[in-house]
Design a protein around this ligand. Structure first.
Ligand code: IMP
Ligand code: MG
Length: 173
């Protein structure tokens, strides 16, 4: 049996995602933006968030992997799928499931900045603060949680648990 403890309920997630969508919509006004979903973890968050955004959006996906079957970042990210849209001159929002050490997003920001978007911002469902190693500016986040290994609503441990509508602490990963 999997030992897990509820951290964020489905209702709280949905309420917060609506608020984020409203804030993002207001900030970008009627300007089109590109949403980039960081696979695999952000797929559920992205699907819900995108439906709360009112300006015109283009959607693309990038895939990076850094964890393997561990609970900490290896430090080197593997870029296994690039986006296909040209983001030059566009307003871009990276959508992530969780920021932990900050390494993944710092690296992705570097890579995408080099393509000269007009703006490049970050939205993460969870901002996990305890293990931050790399300074990275987070423009929008759903929940700040200081520690623990979280699963559900897209977040996995060794590719499992992603399908829960809520977020849980995994007690014995
Ligand atoms: P970072 O590079 O250390 O910030 O790691 C970010 C990536 O690690 C995220 O995209 C997640 O996929 C994964 N990650 C970090 N913390 C957790 C967690 O608590 N549960 C599941 N995945 C996590
Ligand atoms: Mg992940």
């Amino acid at each position: 049996m999997v030992d897990k403890e509820l951290v964020i309920s489905e209702a709280d997630i949905q309420k917060r995602v609506k608020m984020l969508g409203a804030a993002i919509s207001a900030d970008y006004a009627d300007k089109p933006l590109v949403l980039i979903c960081i696979l695999n973890g952000a797929f559920i968050f992205m699907a819900d968030l995108a439906r709360q955004i009112t300006p015109p959006v283009e959607i693309d996906f990038v895939r990076v992997s850094s964890y393997g079957g561990n609970t900490y970042s290896s430090g080197t990210i593997a870029f296994t799928k690039d986006i296909e849209l040209d983001i030059t001159g566009k307003d871009v929002l990276l959508v992530e499931d969780i920021v932990d050490t900050g390494r993944t997003l710092a690296r992705l920001k570097e890579i995408f900045s080099a393509r000269k978007p007009r703006s490049l911002k970050i939205c993460t469902l969870i901002n996990k603060t305890e293990r931050r190693e790399t300074e990275v500016e987070i423009d929008y986040f759903g929940f700040a949680i200081d520690h623990g290994f979280l699963v559900g609503y897209g977040l996995d441990y060794a590719e499992q648990h992603r399908h829960y509508p809520e977020v849980y602490h995994l007690l014995n990963p």
